[in-house]
Write a protein that binds this ligand. Structure first.
Ligand code: NAP
Ligand code: HSE
Length: 428
């Protein structure tokens, strides 16, 4: 049988890993597929650029048509990134009868519905395991492993850059700017780190996971997003004293009322397995009605971990080719989208307030919580000789988000509250 021919769009970090794995694991691939996998052509921006792997010059091209219209190419692996011109290339490749494997979370989160419909129309495979949590097979876990269960909650540390920054702030007491600079020097964060640190990268990944987990067509605009750029050393230190680690968590929940998806810095109780995920590692916690608690941990990015997921998708396409069952997926069948309102979202909260240090202040503060039916789990006052304010830390019991919003609005108007320093959701 002739080898499976692959066209690669991109030969950067991930594309290089794909070439290494296809070449290095060829014997194991042949055992699983029954034939070889060959990377025929590779699209790059600049064919003269030095590469870290040996590539035959005739493999490289700057003209996408060499790949999209080559009748010999069975599968296209898209590792260029971005939406433009990538979306156009993927749509045309499907129309030309190519199967697609992609690592592109931007593409799948923002244009996934259109791309899946195109694949369906042309009876082609489209697989995107590497788009969420790089080396962790979480998409296959949700769509196959847990297809029998009703998933109620997905919580993910799905951005390695921000987890590295928060871990460094927590372990070494580094300030945010210093930790970010080091993440950039180590090549984890982009030169423009906005998408990572403001939570947008994580929001795209949570959009994909919640669609697959809940069978609801969640869109990026449905995700409430807050990044880590305002997390302080002080918040992390106070959290630790009380038994919490600050993590940028994607939290997707499903109840009878509907779904909610958010990305926000969260105080995670130290006994929760997500609290111990540090550095650039990713982890996804999945709670299913029947299976209960599960967690999947591993590298969320990097050349070889990400390429592992891509080549696993390639193997799946190649097996389908051998069995002649490509494009055999059923169209996604979504249930009606109902988003939970702030009146329906319940969690515990951590607050750090700077308040006037005089008699009666605590009574006025606790009265506001009572007015909005938010019950308190604990209240601490920290002496701080260097500060003219009293520092009050409050942890609530489970409270309705709308009630908490009213509490915060009242604090903004209360003269004895000098500053609402921080507010975090609490999990675990
Ligand atoms: P990268 O290192 O920047 O590589 C991009 C590659 O695409 C380069 O080879 C570049 O060519 C080529 N390219 C970009 N735009 C092009 C265009 N318009 N025409 C022709 N070639 C073009 O990117 P990466 O880090 O490998 O990431 C690739 C994808 O994987 C992205 O969607 C990313 O989100 C996703 N991903 C990455 C990781 C990770 O760890 N890096 C993890 C998970 C998912 P030149 O080499 O000539 O410049
Ligand atoms: N910027 C991403 C991260 C890369 O830091 O996790 C993987 O998608």
């Amino acid at each position: 049988m002739k080898p499976i021919k692959v066209g690669l769009l991109g030969l950067g970090t991930v594309g290089t890993g794909v070439v290494r794995i296809v070449e290095g694991h060829q014997e194991d691939l042949v055992r699983q597929i029954g034939t070889g996998v060959e990377i025929s052509r590779i699209l790059v921006n600049d064919v003269t650029k030095n590469r870290t792997i040996a590539i035959r010059p005739e493999q490289l091209t700057e003209n996408v048509e060499d790949i999209l219209t080559d009748p010999e190419i069975d599968v296209i692996v898209e590792v260029m990134g971005g939406l433009d011109p990538t979306k156009d290339y993927v749509m045309r490749a499907l129309a030309n009868g190519k199967h697609i494997v992609t690592a592109n979370k931007d593409l799948m989160a923002l244009c996934g519905t259109e791309i899946l419909a195109q694949a369906q129309a042309y009876k082609r495979d489209i697989l995107y395991e590497a788009s969420v949590a790089g080396g962790i097979p979480i998409i296959r876990t949700l769509t196959e492993g847990f297809s029998s269960d009703r998933i109620l909650k997905i919580m993910g540390i799905v951005n390695g850059t921000t987890n590295y920054i928060l871990s460094k702030m927590s372990r070494e007491g580094a300030v945010y700017a210093e930790a970010l600079r080091e993440a950039q020097e180590l090549g984890y964060a982009e030169a423009d780190p906005t998408s990572d640190v403001e939570g947008l990268d994580a929001a795209r990944k949570m959009t994909i996971l919640s669609r697959l987990g809940f069978h609801v067509n969640v869109e990026l605009a449905d995700v409430s997003v807050r990044g880590i750029s305002r997390v302080t050393r002080e918040d992390i230190a106070y959290g630790k004293t009380l038994g919490y680690e600050v993590k940028l968590l994607g939290i997707a929940e499903r109840t009878e009322e509907g779904v909610s998806v958010s990305v926000e810095p969260t105080m995670v109780r130290l006994s929760h397995p997500l609290a111990s995920v540090s550095g650039v590692f990713n982890a996804v916690y999945v709670f299913g009605e029947s299976v209960g608690e599960t967690m999947f941990y591993g590298p969320g990015a990097g050349e070889l971990p990400t390429a592992t997921s891509i080549v696993a998708d390639l193997v799946a396409v190649a097996k389908n080719l051998r069995l002649d069952v490509n494009g055999g997926q059923l169209p996604p069948s979504y249930q009606e989208k109902r988003l939970r309102t702030p009146e329906q979202i319940v969690s515990k909260y951590f607050l750090l307030l700077h308040v006037a240090d005089k008699a009666g202040v605590l009574a006025r503060i606790t009265q506001i919580f009572a007015d909005h039916e938010v019950s308190l789990e604990s209240v601490f006052q920290h002496p701080n000789a260097a500060s003219p304010h009293a520092e009050i830390i409050i942890i609530t019991h489970n409270a309705v988000k709308a009630g908490m919003q009213q509490v915060l609005a009242d604090f903004e108007r209360l003269d004895v509250v000098h500053e609402i320093r921080s507010v975090y959701r609490v999990e675990g």
